[in-house]
Design a protein around this ligand. Structure first.
Ligand code: PLP
Length: 416
């Protein structure tokens, strides 16, 4: 390869076709061809290379918790970038310590391990489950079972795929890790049957399934699951990667059920746009990881930890949990009128807070494309859900605007 940087083709702002051409030729084909080139954002809005503006309720898939370019986040990240970006975990950095304390402050006595993505956070949980199974059985490999939910999504690594019982995710990559069993979400009797006191090390469940179609776990189910885990010495592990960090109006979504997991995975919204993941482990289980058990070069770096601290600071300063909680009922009420408007097309509104699905009776992919053309970015999920993931900073006016665009697009929608 020619390493002369001048030979790298430059994509110039305002030449969208050139970016599309570079993607066509050089970017891996594992994503369906993206429809837009986005160039900049501010608050709840984002602009494309044709200077069109969109209300961004896709938020980089629940990542941009503060919207785009939040001034406090930008200032904190810029200042830290100029001060100290990365030192590895061979040394301490101040932001990591403060962030671990803050995340544990929301979860309870315990410890936090950092990483760089959701899938990696779940890998850490799965390693914790193996260590717990070893402690429980005394024999490596004897207690490795993990029960997961049907339609779950836990990531694209080998561990993540193994925990994701979906043909479209697993196809082509088998054999995967063994020991995983899937049971229907909210069917406690089925989980009871699947959870073996001897061979099951852990359960792993999303409080609200995101990719699976915005399917909330009921409080009764989570409470029952916690009880079964306690009775059988099975780790109760919750994947809050998409629904956590304030998205539902609680810092962790499972707080709605009043349960106390043994371990929590988080990522997406945590860094407010900076790649960042973490797990929290309750105090006794946290000691399963000792020096040498697990590690990461980048995880918890000074810049990433500062980005996450900036998210937590803004959640606090702008009282975003209270705001999401206060603004959700009227938004959901307005969204429910879409069912009245088009009962032939819209089934129901599902979800909690700013993780909401407009559940259709038809394929949601073309509807999401039409919404984009009308100026609203949403994310399809589970085949029939239009997933709305506003930034936690969204105003009432912006929530209303999302409903207006949905009304306009759905009112004229022709069911094939
Ligand atoms: C997105 C997601 C993941 C995977 O996160 P990546 O950062 O894409 O690896 C895992 N679990 C849930 C619930 C998710 O929404």
């Amino acid at each position: 390869m020619d390493s002369d940087p001048s030979s790298i083709p430059a994509a110039h702002a305002g030449s969208p076709d050139e970016t599309a051409a570079l993607y066509d030729q050089f970017v891996g084909r594992n994503y369906a061809s993206p429809a837009l080139t986005l160039t900049h954002g501010e608050g709840s809005y984002v602009w494309d290379s044709q200077k069109r503006r969109y209300l961004d309720f896709s938020t980089g898939i629940a990542v941009n918790a503060l919207g785009h370019a939040h001034p406090h986040w930008v200032r904190r990240v810029s200042e830290q970038a100029a001060k100290l970006t990365h030192v590895s975990n061979l040394y301490r950095n101040e932001p990591q310590g403060r962030l671990a304390a803050a995340l544990a402050g929301h979860a309870g006595p315990g410890r936090v391990i950092f990483c760089n993505s959701g899938a990696e956070a779940n890998e850490s949980l799965l390693k914790l489950a193996r260590l717990h199974g070893l402690r429980k059985s005394g024999t490596e490999g004897a207690c490795i079972g993990v029960v997961v939910a049907e339609k779950a999504f836990h990531g694209r690594t080998f561990g993540g795929m193994s925990a994701t019982p979906q043909e479209k995710i697993q196809k082509g990559f088998r054999p995967l890790l063994s020991g995983f069993t899937a049971a229907p979400l909210n069917d406690l009797a089925a989980w009871d049957r699947a959870m073996d006191a001897k061979t099951t090390a852990a359960v792993l469940v999303e409080t609200i399934q995101g990719e699976g179609g915005v399917n909330p776990a009921t409080p009764e189910f989570l409470i029952g699951l916690e009880k079964l885990c306690r009775e059988r010495n099975i780790l109760f592990m919750i994947d809050e990667i998409q629904c956590g960090i304030g998205r539902t109006g609680k810092f962790y979504a499972f707080e709605y059920a009043g349960v106390h997991p043994d371990a929590i995975a988080m990522a997406k919204g945590l860094g407010g746009g900076f790649p960042m993941g973490a797990i929290w482990m309750s105090a006794p289980h946290a000691e399963l990881f000792q020096a040498g058990s697990h590690g990461t070069t980048f995880g918890g770096g000074a810049l990433a930890a500062t980005a996450a601290l900036a998210v937590l600071e803004v959640i606090e300063q702008e009282k975003l949990l209270a705001r999401v909680t206060a603004q959700t009922p009227a938004w959901h009420q307005a969204l429910r009128q879409l069912v009245t408007l088009r009962p032939d097309l819209v089934q129901e509104i599902r979800g909690m807070g700013y993780m909401t699905g407009v559940i259709l009776k038809v394929d949601s992919v073309p509807v999401v494309a039409a919404l984009r053309e009308a100026g609203l970015l949403a994310v399809p999920a589970g085949g029939i859900a239009v997933r709305l993931l506003p930034p936690l900073t969204a105003s009432v006016k912006e929530l209303d605007e999302s409903v207006a665009i949905l009304r306009q697009v759905l009112a004229g929608w022709k069911v094939a």
